[in-house]
Every structure is written in structure tokens, then in C-alpha cells.
Ligand binder design. Sequence first.
Ligand code: FMN
Length: 254
Amino acid sequence: MNTAPPSTLPAQTAATHLEIEPSILYFGTPVVLLSTENQDGSFNLAPISSAWALGKTVVIGLGREGQTAYNLGSRPDLVISLPAPDQWPAVERLAPLTGRNPVPSSKPKGCRFEPDKFAAAGMTSEPSHLVRPPRAAGCPIQLEARAERVRQDVSGEFVIVEAVVCKVHADSRIVVPGTDHIDPAAWSPLIYNFRHYFGLGPELGHSYRTQTPRNFEGPAAEPALAARPVRSRPRGDGQQVGRGVPAGEPPSAN
Ligand SMILES: Cc1cc2nc3c(=O)[nH]c(=O)nc-3n(C[C@H](O)[C@H](O)[C@H](O)COP(=O)(O)O)c2cc1C
């Protein structure tokens, strides 16, 4: 059953595609902060948007000459911390920094070496349970993981990391109480959209496979993270949400 609402683009724009050559193809993926261990036992922190999950494996794309790629080639432990939208200024403070010294010539102009990126970002660290690098405190989701495969990509410019998650930490305010489910109405990733930062807009609908459909009978989560521009819980708003499952239909079994 197709539950997606029709495109919101006006019909007359549908046929006017231009052939363009954009310099980047960052079409809107969540920002993650990767903590990895440096050779001297200190820790690096780097913002990355080329990351996606496949089961318990997170696939990550990294510049070949960055400190993060260098670290994961020798020391596989990492933490994947997911910042909330209002943490974008801290992410952007990390943008011109590298943990690599000397700074590789492939880094953009203005990039400089920074040995303490947690402090430079204005963030603090908290210990992990199963891996050596610390978690980025304040990030609502933190995934402890190990890089099980690190290989060169087809262009030779990047490395592709396959990291297997071994522990998930989630801020209690984004977890449906009494369950292992993240409440998608309480959580918004920080989205990197053609080099601009966004949170999520209002919910449009949900997959037939969701375990937290709009009429989910579990207890309501706490209000969305305080002072964070996350989506309000839109129960009962028939205009924007709930199109995937009609009211009264039982929650999805999968
Ligand atoms: C929002 C954002 C997303 C980024 N995404 C990536 C990415 O997916 N892969 C990558 O290699 N670098 C990415 N970068 C650039 C790295 O953060 C940057 O090269 C940094 O210097 C890497 O640090 P490191 O050399 O200490 O590993 C991104 C930067 C920002 C601000």
C-alpha cells in the first residue's frame, strides 16, 4: 500500500529538470561525531555526514588522509555520537579542525591541527562501556562500535568503514518509556543538507514496519528534549501525521 502523500512540489515544476554539475552531492544525511583513539592514547572527534546503518553495521565514508581514517586503520574502536539539531554550532566549530599533524595538503584551506577537539567544540566526553574512545556527552544517541572492515573506495580518495555497533546509549527523553524504541517524534537528527544544517520538519507518515505507529498504545514519552527544536508530539493532528496507519488499526507486529 502506498501511504506516502503526493509530492508537495507544484505540478508545473515536475517537468523542468536542469542538467547541473554541483560540486558536492551532500543531499541531506544525519551528522555524526566520531570519537577515535590517536596513536598517543588521546582521542579525536570529527563530524561526518557520510554514515548510514544497515542492521547493526554502520557504514562510514572518510577522507583517506584524515586522522579518523588513520586511527581506524590501526585502532578499530570508535563511538558514533549523534548530535541534536541545536548542537550544530559545536559541530561547525569542529569543521575546520583536524587531529592530523602535520595537516595533509588535501585538507581545505584554513584547516588547522587541533589536539583537543572536545574542548575546541565546547563539548565534554564521557567514558564508554565497551570501547576505548569516549562518548560525546550531550549527544542524545551514542553508539559504541568497532570497525570490522576498513577499505579504500573506488576513487582511492576515501575509505569505507564498516563498524559494528556493540552498545547503544539513548537519552531517556527520546526513548518510549518501558521499551527499547526511540520515539521518532521526540528525536530529530541534525541533517547536513548541501552544507547547511537542518532538523526534521513535521512528520509526514510512517513505514508499515514501524514499531511505534501513531496510535501506539505505549505510554507517552516525556516532552521532547528541553530547549531543542525537535518536533512536537503530533498525536491527534490528522492534518500532518498518521497517514501510514488509519486510526484504530493495531500497531505493526514488526
Ligand atoms: C557537517 C560535516 C560533515 C562532514 N562529513 C564528512 C564525511 O562524511 N566524511 C569525511 O571524511 N569528512 C567529513 N567532514 C569533514 C571532516 O570533519 C574534516 O575533514 C575533519 O578535518 C576531519 O577530522 P580528522 O582529520 O581529525 O579526522 C564533514 C564536516 C562537517 C562539518
